[in-house]
Design a protein around this ligand. Structure first.
Ligand SMILES: [Zn+2]
Length: 259
């Protein structure tokens, strides 16, 4: 499906980008975080994974990947271990919403009409929704009524079949998968150079109360920052995730925009 055209917006010249505009390209914006991912994965994990997947999807659909937003909303104990770990650098919600809204509006100013907000960090999700909602409103007020924005978390495309490969004993929950089997496996496949394989943690899943205390109660948070065991992660599992998720996301985007 690839037309051989460049995929990374940041690698194009302005003229090359301008030449792509008449084809009404789909622009994918990876949105991640700079967040602790245990003793074995880099702080950029949530930015690396959506970017790598978005690049592969874009190749299939003739899309363009905008520069990744490498900071996200504050890490939460139940989904990311919490914002207190050294090296976790987060944005206030209002900052994140304003950043994404500006980027969407500027893409639209250049004539982009199909945008995919490609999330890699669970905590971002409702702020992505808000940015998309405000940008659509901004565009309508400008008289631009043909902008479509899709929001997705790539992990939500993992099929039941792939889930069985990843978790033969059953998935505990996607929230507790932080820095665990899925992310570690995909990193082992894509960026083994960045995985400290001798430091992959094992242990029981974190057990949290049903409420969320502020300030955080650090007691239920595993000291290493991983919310369930990553011991069964393998590069083969990571390869299986990409082999299923990339074509499925590409097909879903094409189907939606063709309809
Ligand atoms: Zn993550």
């Amino acid at each position: 499906m690839s037309d051989g055209a460049a995929v990374r917006l940041a690698d194009m010249t302005w003229m090359e980008f301008a030449e792509r505009l008449p084809s009404n390209p789909i622009v994918l914006l990876p949105i991640g975080s700079t967040e602790q991912h245990g003793p074995h994965l880099p702080l950029a994990t949530d930015a690396i994974l959506p970017e790598e997947i978005a690049l592969r999807v874009a190749e299939r659909i003739g899309g363009i990947v905008a520069p990744t937003l490498s900071y996200g909303y504050k890490s939460q104990p139940k989904t990311g271990g919490g914002n207190h770990f050294p090296g976790t650098i987060s944005l206030d919600a209002s900052t994140l919403i304003a950043l994404m809204r500006d980027i969407i509006n500027d893409l639209c100013r250049h004539g982009i009409r199909r945008i995919v907000l490609f999330d890699g960090h669970m905590e971002n999700q409702w702020f992505i929704t808000e940015a998309a909602d405000l940008a659509i409103r901004d565009q309508r007020r400008e008289g631009v009524n043909d902008v479509t924005i899709l929001k997705l978390g790539y992990w939500e495309f993992i099929s039941a079949q792939t889930e069985e490969i990843l978790f033969p004993d059953g998935l505990i929950s996607w929230a507790l998968e932080h820095a665990a089997v899925m992310e570690t496996s995909v990193m082992l496949h894509l960026r083994p150079d960045l995985v400290r394989a001798d430091r992959i943690p094992d242990g029981p899943p974190a057990a949290f109360p049903l409420f969320d205390p502020y300030p955080f109660d650090l007691r239920p948070i595993p000291a290493h920052g991983v919310l369930s065991s990553a011991a069964s992660a393998t590069a083969e599992k990571g390869r299986a995730v990409l082999a299923q998720v990339v074509p499925d996301i590409a097909r879903a985007l094409q189907d939606h925009f063709a309809a």
